[in-house]
Design a protein around this ligand. Structure first.
Ligand code: ADP
Ligand code: ZN
Length: 843
């Protein structure tokens, strides 16, 4: 008998053993997805990760359940990917099965269609067996299979059998017959439904004189002009019935007609950018050359590319990708969110055309499956994708690029909590590839890995912890375009001088009016959606909280267009929770003290937009980009393109507007408040603020016209604000690293958060106490166990959250403490526990 080990995506870190049914005795199963009986009566998808050569004595061979259907014809995971995902699971203290599920984000699988036929033994049984312990129902099935065989149909599917017999035949009944050896089962695989197709036509050869009629000639000429396959529907300007003309052309063997897949990605409609051949600048050339030796020698080489926005990083990547491809190797290009970096994806597509697969969440299941399959079959040499693409089945990887490596969206914020950027480095190491971590504002961790803090003027210096990082820089913008001048506006002083708390300072307001008057565009950033962050009773200080979450409710408005901008709560306003979406009306009176004076405090993007509209009365238009306006599919792409086409003069938005797009006409950027992030109870608050300010400032003056940036704040002396405004980058990291070291935070300390969640608060408390005890009992003095305590967000969607924070200078020790403590937990409890290693979000 053959047994295999299966990783199941449940939060239990063990493998499960199953018997391989005789029919698949010879089948290669390693890396295949399969269905397995799981739990009392359920079934789950699992991944075959190993042959079980020796079974532990405790297992009763006879009781081991058989695998259900195998869902892959060829293995989904190669041995290398199995190994990589196992490493990742161990590193993140996650279950291997969960990591595998994250690695193949396609729910669809090839459907196994089971076909049944009668065996000789079954034929005997059918003729003699009646009454001999074979039930009536069984006999009917055998008979049906017998007559099918006589009809040359030979094999029947379940559906076919059910139809032939006029009754529902279950798979389990067939299993019994198979087990008796009366029926043979064979699986054939049916590819899942794929993306959308349309009829396209392509020119095969030129027509000889007189071969084609006038309409046909017209269409041939168009096809030749386009030089590629053209959807038949797009030919309607050239013939009244293009389908008929194309049919005639096909009959003459002049064209090929085929179903072309429609790739649904946001760049489909984008005309490919001009593919000019650029001469690299001196700085670009230096970076390119520095990376070449490792690439040529197939040597692992991590590189930090620290380049200001617009310094030509992408261009260098494109050259390096070409170089890698020229050497017969492949490349992986990770981006934080495709929708927010459409330009990069479009540029890569323009350069590498059909040789690119783009893996992103905007594709439907079938399309994602297709893209993934193209990668697996080795049909493309460049894969562009978001964090899960780090698991893409690329062979001979030579180059990995992690664009905007500091972006928090590389971290998956649900189980398994892996970080795509960090895994990209590990993957590059395993594949002997060069890996570029690029950013204008690197994460403190990467900066430390590459530069250390040895330049620190603070006492005690250290070398980079990770040996061998190459630190490269692109210190200036292309064509020496100046970085925009940044101006700090102290809003406390502004208030003292004007006596008014306005959204925009006088200076920013004036700059905005002038910018619009010049026919240029402006971006206003406020990293807070909604109209106002909360409502407050002036009498007793009450603020409405969400019933389901431990957060204040945010004030939103419905279509703010008609709302007056008079500082009063707008008529269309309501309260909304940003964590669970709960909405309620604004109470007329304070529910606590019956006071009548509820007022809004602070502002959000909706209010900024309303305010700017009232300022720019007369023709000027605004657009807003935040999670509320961008909730629909492709919406953020639509908003950004509309802004790019100049359909609005002002774009208001959250940090979504700070990311890598390029609007040449934007000459003014205003940060309405630099303070929103600073108050967060998160050790990365300063880093995030520094990054956000630097990134958004980089959006101004990308083309010939110089840009201007205003930063409004009530914390003008905070080092994150001060150094972002002064462009004192190295100084910022030095100070930040000092803070991290003193406070024992990453990168000096490995960190993990153990979170207990339960709808019942007492249960959550009990569980976290138990965990804390187990973690302390694991007894490693070099691992600090802090807590338990309520998580900063103590309740979300009625689920109570308590956590313990682990810190240690040794990652290995941290992990073994976690392993020990979790090992003592029963499975049921394990479902309520979340382990976040190297947390990015500590809330
Ligand atoms: P980054 O990725 O650092 O923001 P990009 O690679 O997008 O920078 O470059 C910014 C702009 O400069 C782009 O429009 C790009 O086409 C242009 N560019 C890049 N390199 C060169 C070059 N060597 N010569 C001329 N223009 C360049
Ligand atoms: Zn809520």
């Amino acid at each position: 008998m053959r047994f295999v080990q299966v990783a199941v995506p449940v939060p239990v870190r063990k493998l499960f053993t199953y018997r391989v049914p005789d029919a698949w005795e010879e089948k290669a199963l390693l890396g295949c997805r399969c269905r397995v009986p799981f739990g009392r009566s359920g079934e789950k998808m699992g991944y075959v990760v190993a042959e079980a050569e020796k079974l532990p004595k405790s297992l009763d061979r006879e009781k081991i359940k058989p695998l259900g259907a195998v869902l892959d014809e060829r293995p989904t995971f190669s041995p290398a990917m199995l190994d990589f995902t196992r490493w990742a699971a161990e590193h993140y203290v996650a279950s291997w099965g969960e990591m595998l599920r994250a690695a193949h984000p396609v729910r669809l699988s090839a459907k196994a269609r089971r076909r049944y036929s009668l065996t000789p033994k079954g034929r005997d049984a059918a003729t003699q067996g009646k009454g001999k312990g074979i039930s009536e129902a069984m006999c009917r099935v055998l008979d049906a299979l017998g007559s099918a065989a006589a009809d040359e149909a030979r094999e029947l599917t379940l559906r076919g059998l059910s139809r032939a017999l006029g009754e529902e035949i279950s798979a389990s009944r067939m299993e019994t017959l198979v087990r008796h050896g009366w029926v043979r089962e064979e699986s054939t695989f049916v590819e899942p439904r794929k993306g959308k197709y349309r009829l396209a036509v392509e020119c095969l050869r030129e027509a000889e004189a007189g071969e084609a009629g006038p309409a046909e000639t017209l269409i041939l000429r168009e096809l030749k002009k386009r030089g590629e396959a053209v959807p038949v529907a797009e030919l309607s300007p050239f013939a009244s019935d293009p389908h008929a003309v194309v049919r005639r052309l096909r009959a003459k063997g002049l064209v090929r007609v085929f179903q072309q897949r429609i790739l649904r990605d946001p760049f489909w409609d984008k005309p490919p950018e001009q593919n000019r051949e650029l001469t690299l600048t001196g700085h670009q050339e230096k970076v390119f050359r520095a990376a070449l030796p490792a690439l040529r020698e197939s040597r692992f080489q991590p590189v930090l590319l620290h380049g200001v926005t617009g310094s030509g990083k992408t261009e260098v990547y494109i050259r390096l990708i070409r170089e890698a491809l020229g050497m017969g190797r492949r490349a992986l290009y990770l981006v934080p969110e495709i929708g927010l970096t459409p330009l990069t994806a479009a540029r890569l597509r323009a350069h590498f055309a059909a040789n690119v697969a783009i893996l992103h969440s905007g594709l439907d299941e079938g399309e994602r499956y297709d893209e993934w399959e193209r990668v697996r079959r080795g049909e493309v040499d460049l894969v562009v994708g978001t964090r899960s693409a780090v698991f893409a089945p690329i062979e001979s990887l030579g180059l990995v690029v992690v664009d905007e490596e500091h972006d928090p969206s590389y971290k998956q914020e649900e189980s398994p909590y892996y970080n795509g950027r960090d895994l990209a480095v590990v993957r590059a190491q395993r594949d002997n590839a060069v890996v570029f971590l690029g950013s204008a504002t690197p994460s403190t961790e990467t900066y430390f890995n590459a530069c250390g803090d040895s330049s620190s003027s603070f006492p005690s210096t250290r070398k980079p912890r990770k040996a061998g990082y190459l630190s490269l820089a692109l210190p200036e913008r292309i064509e020496k375009r100046p970085l925009p001048g940044m101006r700090l506006v102290d809003m406390t002083k502004e208030f003292q001088e004007t006596g008014e708390r306005k959204i925009l300072s006088r200076a920013l307001e004036e700059a905005l009016m002038q910018c619009v008057a010049r026919g240029e565009q402006a971006m206003l950033l406020l990293n807070r959606r909604g109209y106002a962050p909360f409502v407050l009773c002036r009498e007793c200080g009450y603020t409405p909280d969400c019933e389901h979450c431990s957060v204040m409710l945010t004030l939103h408005t419905r279509g703010g267009r008609r709302d007056a901008n008079d500082g009063k709560i707008p008529a269309s306003a309501y309260l909304m929770c940003h964590y669970c979406g709960h909405r309620e009306k604004i109470p007329r009176r304070c529910p606590e003290c019956e006071g009548e004076f509820l007022q809004m405090v602070g502002h959000g993007t909706e209010q900024v937009e309303t305010y700017v509209r009232s300022l720019l009365a007369g023709g000027a238009r605004t657009l807003r980009l935040d999670r509320d306006t961008a909730s629909l599919k492709d919406a953020h792409h639509r908003i950004l393109s509309a802004f790019g086409r100049g359909e609005a003069q002002v774009l208001v938005g959250t940090q979504m507007i700070a990311k890598g797009h390029d609007f040449p006409n934007v000459t003014l950027v205003g940060v309405v408040s630099a303070d929103t992030g600073l108050a967060f109870p998160d050790f990365r608050a300063a880093e995030r603020t520094f990054q956000l300010l630097t990134q958004v400032a980089g959006r101004a003056g990308r083309a010939e016209r110089p840009g201007e940036v205003f930063i409004q704040t009530v914390n003008p002396r905070h080092y994150a604000v001060e150094m972002a405004v002064g462009g004192r980058v190295a100084e910022f990291y030095r100070k930040e690293l000092w803070f991290r070291r003193v406070m024992k935070y990453p990168p000096y300390t490995a960190m993990a958060i153990v979170l207990a969640r339960d709808r019942n608060e007492e249960k959550a408390v009990k569980l976290i106490k138990k965990l804390a005890r187990a973690l302390r009992e694991a007894g490693d003095p070099r691992v600090a166990v802090l807590g338990p305590a309520p998580a900063p967000l103590a309740k979300i969607k009625d689920v109570h959250r308590y956590h313990v924070v682990l810190k240690s200078s040794s990652r290995g020790r941290l992990r073994s403490v976690l392993d020990k403590a979790l090992g003592s937990l029963k499975r049921l409890k394990r479902e309520s526990v979340r382990i976040n290693v190297d947390p990015v979000n500590v809330l």
